[in-house]
Ligand binder design. Structure first.
Ligand code: 3PG
Ligand code: MG
Length: 399
């Protein structure tokens, strides 16, 4: 792991501390629908405020191209206040006189949330002049927004490179970076990865990087269908990518030459259509007919995957096994998730998971708290698993 400044060493008392957080949370009817990301950054906010720093929160929400009331952070700031259990003031702009005036009013230990950084198109352009305006609002920069670190934007990248602000990773960012290092830099072997999801095409870099790092690669989700085709199995009406069948074949050949094991489904739950409680049956992968759609892994595959986890020391998981949004096609993912949680609780497995769909599936399984680390990152987690140093992390590295 590269070296970073330590928040413990930051003299925050009386200082204006710009804290980049990812308040890009799901909203419903003008209210925060899932506050997981807020809960993750609350300790950093509370700690800096508790030490007498003036906490100035910077974040984006959604993808507005200009100011739009429906993308305002105001209701999110109220949720931050509820979770941090301290008042959180709000300023209707993240730069300029409105932001400056709100900051001028702050006492030590106060918390202020600035309006959505994406209300300024310069944010996504990583614009230097805009970044200078943001940087001028603070004395210290803390980035706790791991889930936005794959974006090279003004509020997490240029804000550091154009300024002399000392930049620190926050507590949640540090936890994410430590977990990644524990999985990839000094893992306990054997390491197993589960990669699921719909498409091989979106996970090529990931598969390539993982093959170099893990002993066993378990492939699930619709992307497994492309591999089954490469093995010569028919997949009926299932989702697969015909143009990637040769690539899947190459990946299997590469795995063989590297002495890596690739685990593919040996049986499947199939239905005629994808809907809740669609009538389904279990077939061996060689028996899938023209009218069948593969929607989950079958019981023999579940058993095999669990036996692989039982002989692993480290697990990295991205992507569900089946069409988990529709019962009962979430079964395979839930059973594997329960096994991973049990092995982790028993001290036999170190388990890391992340990605939007993956976390949603783990929440359905109710195991999120029992895995070693569940990342808040979607794209950021995936790109980290591909071996990339994220732009928002790179600027925090002390040379
Ligand atoms: C996320 O939700 O993945 C981050 O907040 C980044 O948001 P974006 O995908 O809109 O850039
Ligand atoms: Mg997103």
């Amino acid at each position: 792991m590269p070296s970073f400044r330590r928040l413990d060493d930051a003299a925050v008392k009386g200082k204006r501390v710009l804290v980049r957080v990812d308040l890009n949370v799901p909203m419903a009817n003008g209210k925060v629908a899932d506050s997981t990301r807020i809960a993750e950054v609350a300790p950093t906010i509370a700690e800096i405020a508790g030490k007498g720093g003036k906490v100035i929160l910077l974040s984006h929400l959604n993808r507005p191209k200009k100011p739009d009331p429906k993308d305002s952070l105001r209701p999110v700031a109220a949720e931050v206040a509820r979770i941090v259990k301290r008042p959180v003031a709000f300023a209707e702009d993240c730069v300029g006189p409105v932001a400056q005036a709100a900051i001028a009013k702050m006492a030590d230990g106060d918390i202020l949330c600035l309006e959505n950084t994406r209300f300024h198109p310069e944010e996504e352009k990583n614009d230097k002049e805009f970044a200078k305006k943001l940087a001028a609002l603070g004395d210290i920069f803390v980035d706790d927004a791991f889930s936005a670190a794959h974006r090279e934007h003004a509020s997490n990248t240029a804000i550091v490179t154009v300024s002399k602000l000392p930049a620190y990773p926050g507590r949640a960012m540090t936890a994410e970076l430590k977990a990644l290092a524990r999985a990839f830099e000094h893992p306990e072997h054997p390491v197993t990865a589960i990669v699921g999801g719909a498409k091989v095409s979106t996970k090529l870099d990931l598969l390539g990087h993982l093959l170099a790092k893990v002993e066993t690669l378990i492939i699930g989700g619709a992307m497994a269908n492309t591999f089954l085709m490469a093995q010569g199995h028919a997949v009926g009406k299932s989702l697969y990518e015909s143009d990637l069948v040769p690539t899947a074949r190459d990946i299997m050949a590469k795995a063989k030459s590297l002495h890596r094991e690739i685990v593919l489904p040996v049986d499947a739950v199939v239905a005629a259509k994808l809907s809740d409680h669609a009538p389904s049956r279990v077939l061996a992968v060689g028996e899938v007919g023209e009218a069948d759609m593969i929607l989950d892994i079958g019981p023999r595959t579940v058993e095999h995957v669990i036996s692989v986890l039982a002989r692993s020391k480290t697990l990295v998981w991205n992507g569900p096994f089946g069409a988990f949004e529709h019962e009962p096609f979430d079964n395979g993912t839930i059973e594997v998730a329960e096994a991973a949680a049990e092995l982790t609780t028993a001290g036999k497995l170190i388990s890391f998971a992340g990605g939007g769909d993956t976390v949603a599936a783990l929440n359905i399984a109710g195991v999120t708290d029992r895995l070693t680390h569940v990342s808040t990152g979607g794209g950021a987690f995936l790109e980290s698993l591909e071996g990339k140093t994220l732009p928002g992390v790179r600027v925090l590295i002390v040379p």
